[in-house]
Design a binder for this molecule. Structure first.
Ligand code: RM4
Ligand code: MN
Ligand code: MN
Length: 431
C-alpha cells in the first residue's frame, strides 16, 4: 500500500510565511480576552484537545438519487479512504478517528486493516451498520425493513450483521455501534405502527445483549427517507424511548440533518444530556432535509448554540456526559478532503466560541429574566473571531495554519488521481 501523506517539513514550510501573522493576531486576541478575564492559553489547550471523527464514506464523492459525478482520484476502498483521512488529520490535527460503514468498508482481514490505520496514526470511531440496502446475493431482503421486518428471517439477518459489526469493531479498537435503519412505510395503513416498533425493539434487544460491557449502542433517528410516510425511529422521542427501553449502554445520536425544518435542535440536545442519553452527533448542515451539506455552511449560529449546551454540560460537570463527535456529510461539488477539513474546523470553531460564553453572567441574566442581556451574552461570544486560536492549535500540533491552501500546494489530489483511475459512470446514491 502506498501511503500518501503530507510531509511535516512541507507543512512547516507552508506555515513559515504566515506564522508571524498568527502570532500577532493571537496576541491581540489574548489581550482582548484577558480584559474579559479569559485566559487564552486555557482555551487554546481545549482547542488542541478537540477531536471530531471523519466518516469513511465522506472521503468519496456523494451524489443524489438522480446522479453522481465522481471526483478525481477518489478512494476505491477503505485503505485509500484511510490515506485521505490521514491527509485530513495531518493538516487539520483535529480528526484522528475514522468512522467506518459496513459492509461498505468490509475487509477479509480486520487485523490487516488495524495495522494500516496504526501505520497512519489513525484510530477508529463508531462502527456504522448498514441494513438499509441488500447486498449481492442476500438471501432475505430488507426491502420491507430490516430490524422491524415482518419476516423473522430478514430480522435475524439484520441482527447478525450488527453482531458482526461489533466483532469487527473490537478488532479495530472501536467502542460504539451506531444503528440507523431506513425501516418505515410509504403508505398510510401499510404498517402497524406499534407492532413494527415492537419488532424493532425486540431485534435491538438482541444486539444490545451482544454489546461488550465497555461499548455503547447509539441509535440514530431520521424523520423520513427512504420511507416517506412513516419511519420507525423518526425523531428524538422514539429514539430516547428505544434507548430507555434497552438500557444504560444505549444512547441517542443526533444527526443535524434529520429533523423537521426549524426544530430547536439545541433543546433536544439539552434534554438528552439531562437524561444521560446523549450518545453523539453526526454534524452536517441542512436547508431542506437530510441535505448533508458542510457543517456550519448555513447555520453557524445553530451549531454554536448546540455547543453552548455541550460546553454548559462540561462546565456543570454533568454526569455520564461524553458524546462522540463525528461528521456525516455528502460532498457532491467540492473535493471531499477540503470539505472535511473545513467542516472539522467549523465544528471546532463552534466549540471554542462556546468556551468564551460568560456562564456566570448568563446565569444571572437568566435568573433576572433579562432576555436582551442573556441573548447578547451568547451573541458576544459567537461574534468574537477565534480564528487565531484555531490556527495556533493546528500550528502547535504540526498541522497547517491554512489547511486548504497547504493541501492545494501539496498536489495530493493530482498525485492520487494518477494511481486511482476514475470510477466512471454516474450511478446514483445519496450517502
Ligand atoms: C443516513 C444516516 C446515517 C448514514 C447514512 C449513510 O442518512 O445519516 O448516519 O450512515 O445516511
Ligand atoms: Mn447520520
Ligand atoms: Mn443522514
Amino acid at each position: 500500500m502506498t501511503q500518501q501523506r503530507i510531509d511535516k517539513a512541507f507543512i512547516a514550510e507552508q506555515n513559515a510565511s504566515i506564522e508571524a501573522h498568527v502570532k500577532e493576531d493571537y496576541e491581540a486576541l489574548g489581550n482582548k480576552l484577558a480584559r474579559e478575564n479569559i485566559n487564552i492559553e486555557a482555551v487554546l489547550a481545549k482547542a488542541e484537545a478537540f477531536q471530531i471523527a471523519v466518516p469513511s464514506w465522506g472521503t468519496g464523492t456523494g451524489g443524489t438519487r438522480f446522479a453522481r459525478f465522481p471526483g478525481e482520484g477518489e478512494p476505491r476502498n477503505i485503505f485509500e479512504k484511510l490515506e485521505d483521512s490521514a491527509v485530513i488529520n495531518d493538516l487539520s490535527q483535529a480528526t484522528e478517528r475514522v468512522s467506518p460503514h459496513f459492509p461498505w468498508d468490509k475487509v477479509d482481514d480486520f487485523s490487516e486493516l488495524k495495522e494500516a490505520s496504526d501505520a497512519l496514526d489513525l484510530k477508529w470511531d463508531s462502527i456504522n451498520s448498514n441494513t438499509f440496502q441488500d447486498q449481492a446475493g442476500q438471501e432475505h431482503s430488507f426491502k420491507y425493513g430490516s430490524l422491524s421486518n415482518t419476516s423473522k428471517a430478514s430480522r435475524d439477518l439484520a441482527i447478525s450483521h450488527n453482531l458482526d459489526c461489533i466483532q469487527w469493531g473490537q478488532v479495530l479498537g472501536s467502542k460504539t455501534l451506531t444503528v440507523w435503519v431506513g425501516d418505515g412505510s410509504n403508505h398510510p395503513g401499510q404498517q402497524h405502527f406499534q407492532h413494527a416498533f415492537e419488532r424493532y425493539l425486540e431485534s435491538m434487544k438482541e444486539i444490545y445483549a451482544g454489546l461488550p460491557s465497555d461499548w455503547e449502542l447509539h441509535i440514530e433517528h431520521k424523520m423520513f427517507e427512504p420511507a416517506f410516510y412513516s419511519t420507525i425511529i423518526q425523531d428524538w422521542g422514539s429514539n430516547i424511548l428505544a434507548a430507555m427501553e434497552l438500557g444504560p449502554q444505549a444512547k441517542s445520536l443526533v444527526d443535524l440533518g434529520h429533523h423537521a425544518p426549524n426544530v430547536n435542535i439545541e433543546m433536544i440536545v439539552s434534554r438528552l444530556i439531562q437524561f444521560k442519553k446523549l450518545g453523539g452527533f453526526h454534524f452536517n448542515d441542512s436547508k431542506y432535509g437530510d441535505d448533508d451539506l458542510d457543517s456550519g455552511s448555513l447555520h453557524p449560529y445553530q451549531q454554536f448554540l448546540i455547543f453552548n449546551e455541550l460546553v454548559d454540560a462540561e462546565y456543570r460537570k454533568q454526569d455520564a456526559f461524553n458524546p462522540n463527535y463525528m461528521l456525516d456529510q455528502s460532498h457532491n461539488v467540492t473535493d471531499p478532503i477540503e470539505s472535511l477539513m473545513n467542516s472539522a474546523a467549523s465544528v471546532q470553531r463552534s466549540y471554542v466560541s462556546a468556551l468564551l460564553v460568560n456562564r456566570e453572567k448568563l446565569t444571572q441574566y437568566q435568573t433576572d429574566n433579562d432576555a436582551i442581556m442573556a441573548s447578547n451574552t451568547l451573541k458576544h461570544a459567537f461574534t468574537i473571531d477565534v480564528s487565531p486560536i484555531l490556527q495556533k492549535a493546528r500550528l502547535r500540533k504540526g498541522g497547517a495554519i491554512d489547511p486548504i491552501a497547504c493541501y492545494r500546494a501539496s498536489g495530493y489530489r493530482k498525485s492520487v488521481a494518477k494511481v486511482r483511475p476514475n470510477s466512471g459512470g454516474s450511478g446514483s446514491g445519496i450517502v
